[in-house]
Write a protein that binds this ligand. Structure first.
Ligand code: LLP
Length: 415
């Protein structure tokens, strides 16, 4: 089982306070060893299968993180040509890259095909028409997989659920569209059929929706094969959730057993697109207390990280564990940990038990390695948090904080 590298019990050598002093706050800190352990844990759980792991770059696209994973042999799941560029810069070869997403532009498709992308997961009949035309113009064969919609509720937050018919994702299986389109791509000379893909959502904390979705996918694949069509692979997406409340390690083994039970000896090459389960626990956000404000029956701990640095609490009411790194006496009142942005929704945690936090104290926001830095913005003209990577006893700055001059450099005064 993998361990949380930022859990003090396992990593007393990570002195987060001195990192905050040396590199300033707000600061994202990642653990290279943690990323490697999680990646290997995921891979080990699938060792009985013909499987290929494409890290979902959207979860953490820092070049330095992608490079660590590239050296482990990871491929990439991307959703824009920008992410493809990152993956390739980090050393992931194009043939190990899968292009997902409902709205790839012609320019993106052409660039990806020219670079030799390994697989495009198409999500509509319109997209397939565009791929065929572009492949013909470029005189290349496009490797196309069909992302299907199996109408399964992943039992996750509505904004990150993708499995139901009501969402924009995938081609429906139940009305026969997926079967018709798969047969169409098999007959086009500019397309190489790669198989079928499914991804029903993110932060799934139960295995049962995966099982339902995977059995639907397998059923369709078997029916297509029975009709004589070539279905070489099945892409099983990402979605495996983490335990934000207790920070227990991800149970890769149970997921691996489920997949092995369903797919072993079926003759399909399997693809996986994990993001959060590889990245989340291997990063933290450090933030410094600016003020502590009396809120009557609670305290407002006002910190220098805000919704522009970590959007998840604001956008999904997401819970992240937050601890104070200074030894302080207990405090009877609950604390709202809030940022400086002028919105009530700007908070990192509400109603928390925190000790008697003082100005200058560093707080650690845990499980921030996935969908943290990638979702930053400059709202309120706040430069993004910096990002560093711990690698053994070395510290690499992956992205320094921009100065205000750098932040404003691309703008023009029109008058
Ligand atoms: N594959 C596809 C096609 C996806 O859309 C996603 C995530 C993944 C793989 C990776 O899923 P994961 O293993 O990370 O669950 N910003 C949200 C999460 C959005 C997920 C979008 N798609 C959050 O902060 O919770």
């Amino acid at each position: 089982m993998t361990m949380n590298p930022f859990d003090g019990a396992h990593a007393p050598y990570v002195d987060l306070n001195s990192l905050a002093t040396a590199y300033g706050t707000p600061l994202y800190v990642y653990s290279a060893d943690g990323f490697i352990a999680s990646y290997q844990g995921f891979a080990a759980s699938l060792s009985a299968l013909d499987s290929h792991i494409h890290f979902a770059v959207k979860a953490n696209s820092a070049l330095g993180v992608l490079q660590v994973l590239a050296k482990q042999g990871a491929g990439a799941d991307i959703v824009s040509y920008g992410e493809m560029k990152r993956a390739m810069m980090a050393g992931i070869p194009p043939e190990k890259i899968v292009f997902s997403g409902v709205g790839k532009t012609d320019a993106e498709l052409a660039s990806a095909l020219t670079d030799g992308i390994g697989q495009i997961n198409a999500e509509s009949s319109a997209e397939i028409d565009h791929i065929m035309r572009i492949a013909e113009q470029l005189d290349v064969i496009a490797p196309v997989c069909l992302r299907v919609n199996v109408n399964v509720d992943p039992k996750s937050h509505a904004k990150i659920s993708t499995g139901q018919r009501s969402t924009k994702f995938g081609i429906p299986v139940d009305d026969g569209q997926a079967k018709i389109l798969y047969k169409a791509i098999c007959q086009n000379p500019h397309i190489k059929p790669m198989g079928l893909a499914v991804h029903i959502g993110s932060q799934l904390t139960e295995l049962e929706p995966f099982e339902t979705a995977y059995l639907e996918l397998l059923g369709l694949a078997d029916r297509l094969r029975a009709d004589g069509y070539d279905v070489p692979g099945l892409d099983l997406g990402g979605g495996l959730g983490i335990d934000y409340a207790t920070n227990q390690p991800v149970d890769f083994a149970s997921y691996g057993r489920l997949v092995t039970r369903i797919f072993s000896n079926r003759g399909y090459r399997l693809g996986f697109e994990p993001g959060r389960s590889i990245a989340a626990d291997n990063g933290v956000l450090l933030t410094k207390t600016i003020f502590v404000k009396d809120g009557g029956d609670k305290r407002f701990v006002i910190v220098d990280a805000a919704m522009n640095d970590l959007l998840r609490p604001t956008l999904y009411e997401a819970y992240h564990t937050i601890d104070c790194l200074s030894p302080r006496d207990p405090h009877p009142l609950p604390a709202d940990i809030v940022g400086p942005v002028c919105e009530t929704g700007d908070y990192l945690g509400l109603g928390r038990t925190l000790p008697d936090v003082q100005e200058g104290d560093i707080l650690v926001v845990r499980s921030a390695g996935a969908y943290g830095a990638v979702m930053m913005s400059n709202y309120n003209t706040r430069p993004e948090a910096a990002e560093i990577l711990l690698d053994g006893d070395k510290v690499h700055v992956l992205r320094p904080r921009r100065t205000l001059d750098e932040l404003l450099a691309l703008e023009h005064l029109p008058l």
